[in-house]
Design a protein around this ligand. Structure first.
Ligand code: FO1
Length: 304
């Protein structure tokens, strides 16, 4: 079994590629829930949904989130009422949030509801929210404290951040399924997701970091920073704002003590020796997953 620590889009693409080169049923993903929010009384889990939709082949490639063939009638009506419509929920996507919220209201937990949604979408990868407890990633900014989606969507991740807080993480318990997936995996992979706001909220849940430290030799990570830049999202800017080096070396240092093998991009081949000096193994390959063949090659490298 392979277990992948996962944020949203980057992790979804890696998981999809891994499904091409191994049995999906042998794959587990431990997924960040720090981006989750309650809006209009609905519980929304963006990273879990991005992965589910991508693995089901239903993801909206243009937007990078949500479902393909989406329509927006509910949001238009909400706009007309002057309702809160900055976080856009498509008509099709809304069904997921309605279903999840109903089931949570009936007493199911997030892990159970995620499994139900995966079964309905035909997704065989085991998607595991890192915890069923409430965890909320928040930002100290020039505009004051912002929740994840206020920072990310409402302010287009353009405001300067002075600190990231994963509220609730230290009291949150990882689920039994998560602990099992971490302990039994032959290899643990850290996806090329944002280290500060997608992976760290997983690591901060009690006990998760300790297991990675113990299993360091079996941990493989893919750098999300290529040639000093993030392909998508604010990872590069956040690294800089929070005092980290903006390169694959900065990411290697951020995960110090947790990773045995690094996969860095060909564009960073000149930094391979510097990474090796940190006492880790290094593989250099294409890490950009825009083309299916490249994504599959990366998946094979991660498993090799
Ligand atoms: N991202 C946006 O940029 N604008 C949105 O209105 C938006 C809505 C949305 C609804 C459901 C969902 O699952 C994701 C959504 N996202 C939206 C993406 C999301 O905010 C982020 O990409 C992730 O949280 C970061 O991983």
């Amino acid at each position: 079994m392979i277990t992948v620590l996962s944020g949203g889009v980057g992790a979804a693409r890696l998981l999809r590629a891994l499904c091409h080169v191994m049995a999906p049923s042998e794959l587990s993903a431990i997924v960040n829930v720090g981006d989750d929010l309650v809006l209009h009384g609905l519980t929304i889990c963006p990273d879990l949904d991005t992965i589910t939709y991508t693995l089901a082949g239903l993801n909206n490639d243009e937007l990078g989130w949500g479902l393909r063939g989406e329509t927006w009638r509910v949001m238009s009506e909400l706009d007309a009422l002057g309702g809160e419509s900055w976080f856009r929920l498509g008509d099709r996507d809304l069904a997921t949030h309605l279903y999840r919220s109903q089931r949570l209201g009936e007493g199911a937990n997030k892990t159970e509801v995620t499994q139900e949604l995966c079964d309905k979408a035909g997704v065989q990868v085991r998607l595991l929210p890192v915890t069923n407890d409430a965890v909320s990633t928040q930002f100290d900014t020039a505009l004051g404290r912002l929740t994840f989606q206020e920072y990310f969507v409402r302010h287009h991740h353009e405001v300067e951040v002075s600190a990231v807080h994963v509220v609730g993480a230290r009291d949150a318990r990882p689920t039994d399924q998560v602990l099992d997936a971490l302990r039994k995996a032959s290899r643990i992979v850290i996806a090329p997701s944002n280290p500060l706001i997608s992976i760290d909220p997983i690591l901060q849940v009690r006990g998760v970091r300790d297991i990675l430290e113990e299993r360091r030799d079996d941990v493989v990570a893919v750098s999300p920073i290529i040639d000093g830049r993030a392909l998508k999202g604010p990872a590069d800017r956040l690294l800089e704002e929070l005092g980290h080096e903006v390169s694959c070396v900065g990411v290697v240092d951020f995960y110090k003590g947790l990773v045995g093998t690094w996969v860095i991009d060909e564009a960073d081949a000149a930094l391979a020796d510097t990474v090796r000096e940190r006492g880790v193994r290094v593989m250099v390959t294409t890490t950009v997953m825009a083309l299916a063949d490249d994504a599959d090659r990366l998946a094979r490298a991660v498993l090799s």
